[in-house]
Design a protein. Structure first.
Length: 340
């Protein structure tokens, strides 16, 4: 099968995407597929560039806004240049994370060109990326999620004291449309809320301020509508931040999670409802916090979850008896048009 893997891009998760995409490229080649690797910001990768990516890893901090801005102007010309080649592919594997790669923009372009691709469609991708919209949908479908307030640049933010009164302390402040905890802060004092909102607004015009849920971090992968084994993440830091996600040894991931059967069934059912609420398809990851009473709170849905050496979906698949190459091929097969 002819497969093009899109990776890189110009979001703050660029390095993660490159690490994911190159692993997917090699895995699909190992299954006998004809695979082309393309960085949407820089164009097709040479074999030398691929080898450099394989030898490297994810840096402990995302690229600067200045670096990403400098690359952004090249994305559209590069995508238009490779579009004819994409038409020759049987399927496009989206190894992109964040930004235009995960918010429905690339998906819309591929839809216009009638090119099959992995992951969710343009509308589902856009809604899942918008954490405010996603949380509204979760509640409509009976998926528990922490209380929150949306703050935007267009409307004055409530004061720190008012937010603390509504949401309690500590609070989480994060960009509404970013991933990998970029721009996220834990706020323990009402006096620190304004600074945290300003930091988050460096990455997005809309910011989520939500109740911090103390407890255990759980994750559920969904593959083709079915839940994979539940995982628990035990980070070295208080939260599963960028460094813990992509630095070996900075978190312990346990698959399957050491939880009761009732808790496992609860979180898997909520994950599937979240998947359905956002009209997701293919492979996705739904993240939760479980408080000390055992109550689950859905944090967010990831429509193009990481596929790096430390990522969670590959570990969940392995716990289900599926190796990485098989997982990648399964994701590809879910993207192919259904034949009657």
């Amino acid at each position: 099968m002819r497969i093009t893997v899109l990776m890189g891009g110009t979001s703050s998760e660029r390095d993660v995407s490159l690490a994911s995409g190159i692993r997917v490229t090699e895995a699909l080649r190992s299954r006998g597929h004809d695979v082309t690797a393309v960085d949407t910001a820089r164009g097709p990768l040479t074999r030398e560039q691929e080898q450099q990516l394989l030898a490297g890893g994810v840096k402990t901090a995302p690229p600067s806004r200045e670096e990403l801005h400098a690359m952004a102007a090249e994305t559209l010309p590069q995508m238009l240049a490779v579009l004819p080649a994409l038409k020759e592919a049987d399927v496009v594997f989206l190894g992109l994370h964040g930004g235009a790669g995960e918010d429905g923009t690339i998906q819309a372009l591929l839809d216009l060109a009638s090119i099959p691709y992995t992951g969710s469609g343009r509308l589902a991708s856009a809604i899942a990326m918008d954490k405010d919209m996603a949380k509204h949908m979760f509640r409509q479908y009976g998926v528990n999620t922490a209380d929150w307030v949306l703050v935007t640049k267009r409307t004055p933010a409530p004061g720190g004291e008012e937010l603390a009164k509504r949401l309690g302390l500590p609070m989480i402040v994060k960009p509404s449309k970013e991933g990998s905890t970029v721009g996220l802060s834990i706020v323990r004092s009402a006096a620190d809320v304004t600074a945290a909102i300003q930091e988050a607004m460096r990455f997005d015009d809309e910011v989520i301020v939500e109740t911090f849920i103390a407890g255990r971090e759980l994750t559920v992968g969904i593959l083709g509508g079915e839940a994979l084994p539940v995982g628990e993440i035990i980070p070295k830091h208080e939260i599963y931040d960028y460094e813990c996600k992509y630095t070996a040894g900075m978190a312990v991931e346990v698959f399957p999670a050491d939880i009761t059967e009732a808790q496992r069934e609860d979180v898997q059912q909520q994950a599937k409802r979240a998947f359905d609420a956002l009209k997701l398809r293919g492979c996705a990851r739904i993240d939760f916090r479980m408080d000390p009473s055992g109550t689950m709170y859905c944090l967010e849905a990831n429509t193009l979850p990481g596929m790096t050496g430390t990522s969670l979906i590959p570990q969940a698949a392995q716990a289900a008896g599926m190796d990485f190459a098989e997982l990648c091929e399964r994701i590809v097969m879910l993207a192919l048009p259904q034949r009657s």
